[in-house]
Write a protein that binds this ligand. Structure first.
Ligand code: ADP
Length: 467
């Protein structure tokens, strides 16, 4: 009996440190808005980089023509072609995906870009005339940290995700691709260089003109939003025709003392390759949630024999992946058979009583609920920064419908939101709690699909007259 008591104690302590009351979430909202402000005030003014994208107009639906995109941000790259008819419509792009040969990820930049240019050439050949004198326009999504100097130029700050091409660091990214296209004799111009969140915002805005921000919650997490240029203090004299610009927050690196942090988070961070970095991301995204759960199970297992003898698998980082954690969380069978199977197959913990399986579900619930509620607080932080978190006043009468609140849309992508029902529900619940229902019903979350590819092609279209 004593051992069970101990486990309950571990759970209780963890629940308490993960507490996300509305009061706590509102503090996170305020901290996010304050950090956004600081990041816009000066270079290095906040853990939020608040990167300028130079994207100063978003697709409206009136774009016309054929546009291409190249999406490079992981072990695969994709090429894409979309035909726009001048009216909003369901987009049905042609897409091809290819893995990047491993030796090209660590070799010379010329070889990588020549390889990509060849694939693009073949892709164009299938659909259009490669010889055509009309220059084809390409949107380039490059999801690595880039310091941008215009909408089509930026230098690589550093590689991530297994890439290590030394001669590319601090070099112009779009220029390197453009040179390869020219070497290949392909009449195509790189007309925008963006990251994946910006593509998501573009696609969201194409479908719904009230879209002001985009959030990705997948392996990692990030957000961008539309900001007035006069609020971008660190860039004095910044002028755009529209008066605004998309800002890439790099919000995965957000940090605040108000974030509910546990000893498991501290250990995860300390053992990660990037300690003190990406603190918000480590509490929210798919890369980490499963591993937080593993750490809690390990602690309980060490403190008691509720899970039998301590399984050696529990010591291996990232053995419990987030999709499996989600499957355990959402197991609605009376005997929790999915939980039993996953514990046995993945963690080598066989035959534990139902009571202990229920405990595992509870751990998943606590970890995911905190993640989803923090993501919601982040979103409200953005709305607060741009004044969309409150009504503009009452228009005379007293009924609810008289509240003047502009409809506001947020585009969202990523498997955590689209594939993990509990995560999505907790996120919406928290939006309602923080904003209050009267405001929350004016805020819509729209799921976009493949913004990183399609959105870049749309941006190539909407920026085509500029360069
Ligand atoms: P990206 O790698 O581009 O972010 P996704 O948006 O698909 O791609 O996110 C992948 C991440 O989402 C992975 O880290 C994975 O752990 C997590 N994931 C995938 N499917 C699910 C699911 N059904 N439930 C919970 N997490 C999932």
């Amino acid at each position: 009996r004593r051992k069970w008591k101990r486990v309950v104690g571990v759970l209780k302590e963890m629940e308490e440190s993960c507490e996300t009351t509305v009061g706590r979430l509102k503090q996170v909202v305020d901290a996010m808005a304050v950090e956004m402000h600081a990041g816009l005030a000066s270079e290095g003014g906040s853990k939020l980089k608040m990167l300028l994208t130079f994207v100063d107009n978003l697709p409206s639906g009136s774009e016309k023509g054929i546009f291409y995109a190249l999406d490079l941000g992981g072990t695969n790259f994709r090429v894409l072609r979309v035909e726009l008819g001048g009216q909003r419509s369901d987009l049905d792009p042609d897409v091809e995906q290819q893995p990047i040969p491993e030796q090209l990820m660590t070799g010379r930049s010329e070889d990588l870009f020549d390889f990509i240019a060849s694939s693009l050439y073949q892709f164009v050949e299938k659909n259009d005339s490669v010889q055509s004198p009309i220059t084809k326009l390409l949107g380039f999504t490059f999801s690595f940290p880039v310091k941008q100097t215009s909408v089509l130029s930026g230098v690589l700050i550093k590689w991530t995700k297994g890439f290590a091409i030394r001669d590319m660091v601090e070099k112009e990214v779009a220029g390197a691709l453009q040179q390869a296209l020219t070497r290949k004799g392909l009449n195509m111009r790189v007309s925008v260089l963006v990251n994946d969140t910006v593509g998501t915002l573009a696609l969201g805005h194409y479908h719904d003109a009230d879209t002001v921000a985009a959030v990705i919650i997948g392996t990692g997490t990030n957000a961008c939003y539309w900001e007035r240029t006069d609020a971008i203090i660190k860039c004095q004299g910044l002028l755009t025709t529209s008066g605004g610009m998309v800002v890439n927050m790099e919000w995965g690196n957000f940090w605040s003392s108000h974030l509910p942090r546990t000893s498991y988070d501290i250990e995860l961070d300390a053992e990660s390759p990037n300690p003190n970095d990406q603190g918000f991301e480590k509490m929210i995204s798919g890369m980490y949630l499963g591993d937080i759960v593993r750490r809690v199970i390990l602690r309980m297992s060490e403190e008691s024999d509720v899970f039998g003898p301590v399984s050696s698998r529990l010591y291996l980082p990232f053995t419990l992946r987030t999709p499996l954690m989600a499957a355990m969380h959402e197991d609605d069978s009376p005997e929790l058979t999915q939980v039993a199977r996953i514990l046995k197959d993945v963690l080598d913990i066989p035959d534990i009583p139902l009571k202990a399986r229920k405990l595992v579900v509870k751990i998943c619930d606590v970890v995911t609920r905190r993640a989803a509620r923090l993501a919601a607080a982040g979103i409200v932080g953005i709305l607060k920064k741009i004044g969309r978190d409150r009504s503009g006043g009452i228009t005379g009468g007293r009924s609810r419908s008289d509240i003047k609140m502009r409809r506001t849309a947020v585009a969202v992508e990523g498997s955590l939101y689209t594939q993990y029902t509990m995560f999505r529900e907790y996120l919406h619940e928290a939006l309602n709690e923080i904003l209050g229902e009267d405001i929350a019903r004016h805020v819509v979350v729209i799921v976009t699909e493949d913004g990183s590819g399609t959105g870049a092609a749309l941006l190539a279209a909407s920026h085509s007259s500029e360069n």
